[in-house]
Design a protein around this ligand. Structure first.
Ligand code: NAD
Length: 497
């Protein structure tokens, strides 16, 4: 068992303070210890970022982008190693881990366009001999706090863009699966990033609070559960920081009577049970318009949910691995019990699954509930496990009302062949990311990612154009060069054309 290190000022650093266990969820065994940074360790990272900032902000954007080009190459060369680490600590399958890494690399590719995205805006002759432009300048030291469920992709939503914008970044990854995140940061160092521009400090609430309280940290990006997102948003904005805090979700898929049901079922299987449902964009509710659709959906889903191939994430050809911890598995089992007690119809029960050779692993099979109603806890709360709830309604309007009344608004989708219904859905639904016959509408890197309602606290979404705005501040410059030998009289009225 090894002790994972921090990466501070370009060096791997030991920490002799508090630590936490990191599990291999497929075996249920502790495989590493992760340090939980003290305030002093966080301050070291902040000091190194502060020291690196003046030179980095003055490095031409094209040079910053060159580091990202090399980083992308290194990530691609190390795909197998990174996927293995993700799978070992998170439990997701190797293919799924490679998929999240590819989506992360998209953000590095976007960051490679730094000279283009930082060009600014220019207007000539806004007045006599006057030109004006907007410059997008870095904030300084910024920090990111990330969840366990995408240890590669979510950090890559943040720091490549923050760094090419000229900032120095401190990352506090999830303490549950930190190894792949650390390796990826080391690869960026190897790509030629100057020391101190990126640091990785492991930790828990203590480390996060130290980042919130540090006056040197100008902005915080957070991705994780809603209670923590709300806490970080309120505490950090109180201290004058810029914050984007992305929270939890309950994503609904609406099935219209005219939907291509076989394709919708394939899409739902992956979106509900892929990564054991531990995705913030996972579909956890299927809203069927009409009993006929619901009966047909259940009939098609039941055999497929029962046939899910489940095993150690690092084995090949699987649909699902284990949940991340024993605690996560027990929490999901508790929700299943609660759903049964509340009167929902449990048509497939995934509890009690044992995988030969991995009896201590944190496994749970896929579960499927029918006749779920809006007042049930399994409907209202984020389960974050392999559980799909079917809700029956009579019309598209009722389906939309249900979604709009839910506290979360991260992702949603509609399965239909009716363009009019799809258009109404896109126009009126109170959700930040919408799919039409696309179950996981995670925006590509050159758009931005973010939910509505209690799925996001803050004004700007993550990555893409919103990410550039988040990690820069606008400076508007107005410049006049009077013609020689001209004299302009004082003007006491407010300047205008
Ligand atoms: P989490 O909120 O438990 O942890 C997220 C981060 O916050 C971790 O780095 C953790 O160390 C830190 N943290 C935990 N407790 C804290 C506390 N009391 N004070 C300060 N910091 C604390 O989330 P998780 O379990 O790692 O991830 C799953 C959650 O993340 C789900 O709710 C999921 O929907 C959400 N998520 C959202 C998105 C999105 O884009 N909206 C993406 C991925 C995951």
């Amino acid at each position: 068992m090894s002790l994972i290190q921090h990466l501070i000022n370009g060096e791997l650093v030991n920490d002799s303070g508090r630590s936490a266990d990191v599990y291999n969820p497929s075996t249920g065994q502790v495989i590493h210890q992760v340090p939980l940074a003290s305030r002093e360790t966080i301050q070291q990272a902040i000091d190194s970022a502060k020291a690196a900032f003046p030179a980095w902000r003055n490095t031409p954007p094209a040079k910053r982008a060159q580091v990202m080009f090399r980083f992308k190459q290194l990530l691609e060369q190390n795909e197998a190693r990174i996927s293995q680490l993700i799978s070992e600590e998170h439990g997701k399958t190797l293919e799924d881990a490679a998929g999240e890494l590819k989506r992360g690399i998209e953000n590095v590719e976007y960051a490679c366009s730094a000279p283009e995205i930082l060009k600014g805006e220019y207007s000539r002759n806004v007045g006599p001999n006057i030109d004006a432009w907007s410059d997008f300048q870095p904030l300084g030291v910024v920090a990111g706090i990330t969840p366990f469920n995408f240890p590669a992709m979510v950090p890559l939503w943040m720091y490549p863009l923050a760094i090419v914008c000229g900032n120095c970044f401190i990352l506090k990854p999830s303490e549950r699966d930190p190894s792949s995140t650390l390796l990826i940061a080391q690869l960026l160092q190897e790509a030629g990033l100057p020391k101190g521009v990126l640091s990785v400090v492991h930790g828990d609430k203590g480390a996060v609070d130290a980042l919130i309280e540090a006056p040197e940290v100008k902005a915080l990006s957070f991705v994780g559960s809603t209670p923590i997102a709300e806490y970080i948003y309120s505490e950090a904005t109180k201290r004058g920081k810029r914050v984007q805090a992305l929270g939890g979700a309950k994503n609904h898929a609406v099935l219209m009577p005219d939907a291509d049901l076989d394709n919708a079922v394939s899409a739902l299987m992956g979106a509900a049970y892929g990564s054991c449902g531990e995705r913030c964009m996972a579909i956890s509710v299927a809203v069927c318009v009409g009993d006929q659709v619901a009966d047909a959906l259940i009939a098609k889903l039941v055999p497929q949910v029962k046939a899910l191939k489940i095993g150690a994430g690092t084995s090949c050809g699987l649909d699902m691995g284990p949940l991340v911890t024993g605690q996560a598995r027990d929490k999901v089992s508790g929700y299943i019990e609660d759903g049964v007690a509340a009167g929902a119809e449990l048509v497939v029960d995934g509890r009690g699954l044992s995988i030969a050779g991995h009896e201590e692993g944190f496994f749970l099979g896929g579960s499927l509930f029918d006749r779920v109603t809006p007042e049930m806890r399994i409907y209202k709360e984020e389960i974050f496990g392999p559980v799909l709830c079917v809700v029956r309604v009579n019309s598209l309007e009722a389906a939309m009302q249900l979604i709009n009344d839910h506290e979360y608004g991260n992702g949603t989708c509609i399965f239909t062949r009716d363009g009019e219904a799809a258009r109404l859905f896109c126009d009126e639904i109170e959700v930040g990311m919408v799919g039409v016959n696309v179950p996981l509408p995670v925006p590509v890197a050159y758009h931005s990612f973010g939910g509505w309602k209690r799925s996001l606290f803050g004004d700007l979404h993550a990555y893409g154009p919103d990410g550039v705005r988040f990690y820069t501040r606008r400076k508007a410059i107005t410049q006049r060069w009077p013609q020689r030998a001209s004299h302009e009289a004082s003007q006491f009225a407010f300047p205008s054309l």
